[in-house]
Design a protein around this ligand. Structure first.
Ligand SMILES: *Cc1c(COP(=O)(O)O)cnc(C)c1O
Length: 362
């Protein structure tokens, strides 16, 4: 054991590591983390050129080497992922469902004509980067290391055709709780996030740029977020901001069925899996705003919440629609808080990992 010639020792494949000599970690107030304000010491980067992925590099966070002709800035061939690593009770670090993020990154990428990223490159770079920046994974409840893998066209030319070169990068940063209290959302009946045949099911960078305007309008009207509806009638609910959305109606967990206009959230999938395991009735189907109005009027609307990596579960206590505000209960002992706790217990290693979701980094 420990012999360099031993065939059991697995060196990280095709990767160079340059460690920082000036860690920034002492500047971080871990008792007061915001969301996404801090980046860890190191990043990973690999470049696809002439039909092949080259050697990856882990290096200190810093400026990019590209000029202003950078393809992704002009034509938006750019997709990303969002995931988290958790510090478990025994001090070990584990990542939540990374293969699912890898698979989705490639689903997004293939729609934007970005070459496939092999699983080994994604997993090995992710785990090596997390080992290098282990100290950045926070310890407290509701804290985690947010991980942002991304792929973008990195040729430099200004013609509207696909990029030839692509870059895969990973940036991480410690985060705290996202929303601390229930939010009010506005049913969006003017703007559209995604249309059939489009790229709504992908984590394409432009989907977010295209949504900021509607969110800003909703915020001016006193809401925290937009509740996106279908592009045709603005009647069927699709997503809450950058989260999937679920409702509890008559003790049934109801969530929009996936279409090419809805991002297939890994949090959504995990919550549905957990609820089915608990014996909670789950329905994936169309939900109209009129159904919610009715359910609110007759008292059967028990909960509403967003589901996503950033917030995990984000309770909704008000839904604005054409000038009216439906109030929604946000009970502390309801299903939203139960799934939030159920997921946290698995992530922090307090309960059995029944579904094999956690991947320790060493
Ligand atoms: C990322 C994202 C989600 C949530 O996906 P998770 O895998 O649960 O983080 C939902 N909707 C949109 C539009 C998203 O971009």
């Amino acid at each position: 054991m420990g012999n360099a010639d031993s065939p059991t020792i697995k060196e990280p494949a095709r990767m160079k590591i340059i460690r920082t000599t000036q860690s920034r970690i002492s500047e971080v107030d871990f008792s007061n983390l915001g969301f996404g304000n801090r980046v860890s010491d190191h990043t990973f980067e690999a470049v696809y050129k002439n039909g092949a992925w080259g050697e990856g590099i882990i290096q200190p966070y810093g400026p990019m080497r590209h000029g202003l002709g950078l393809h992704a800035l002009h034509y938006g061939q750019a997709v990303f992922e969002g995931m988290k690593a958790y510090r478990q009770g025994n001090g070990r670090v584990a990542v939540f469902r990374p293969e699912a993020n890898w698979a989705r990154l490639n689903r997004s990428g293939s729609r934007l004509l970005i070459p496939e990223l092999p699983k080994e490159i994604f997993m090995e770079s992710l785990f090596e980067l997390l080992r290098v920046d282990q100290a950045w994974v926070p310890k407290e409840e509701e804290q985690a290391l947010y991980i942002r893998p991304f792929l973008f066209g990195s040729s430099e030319f200004i013609t509207a055709r696909p990029s030839e070169e692509y870059t895969f990068g990973i940036v991480t940063g410690p985060v705290g709780a996202y929303y601390s209290k229930p939010v009010k959302v506005k049913v969006e009946d003017t703007y559209t996030r995604a249309a059939s045949g489009g790229v709504g099911y992908t984590k394409a960078a432009g989907n977010y740029g295209g949504a900021f305007y509607a969110s800003a309008q909703a915020q001016k009207e006193g809401f925290n977020q937009v509740l996106w509806t279908d592009h045709r009638e603005h009647t069927y609910l699709e997503e809450a901001g950058t989260m999937n959305v679920a409702f509890v109606i008559n003790d049934v967990l109801v969530t929009p069925a996936l279409t090419d206009r809805i991002l297939a959230g890994i949090t959504r999938d995990s919550i549905l899996t957990l609820c089915r395991h608990w014996g909670v009735a789950v329905e994936e189907r169309l939900i109209s705003v009129h159904e919610l109005e009715e359910a609110s009027a007759n008292g059967s609307l028990q909960e509403a919440f967003g589901m996503g990596t950033a917030a995990v579960v984000s309770p909704i206590d008000g839904i604005g629609y054409k000038g009216n505000l439906l109030s929604v209960p946000a009970p502390l002992d309801g299903l939203a808080m139960r799934v939030k706790k159920g997921l946290a217990d698995i992530r922090f290693g307090r309960s059995e990992d029944l579904f094999g979701w956690m991947q320790p980094i060493d």
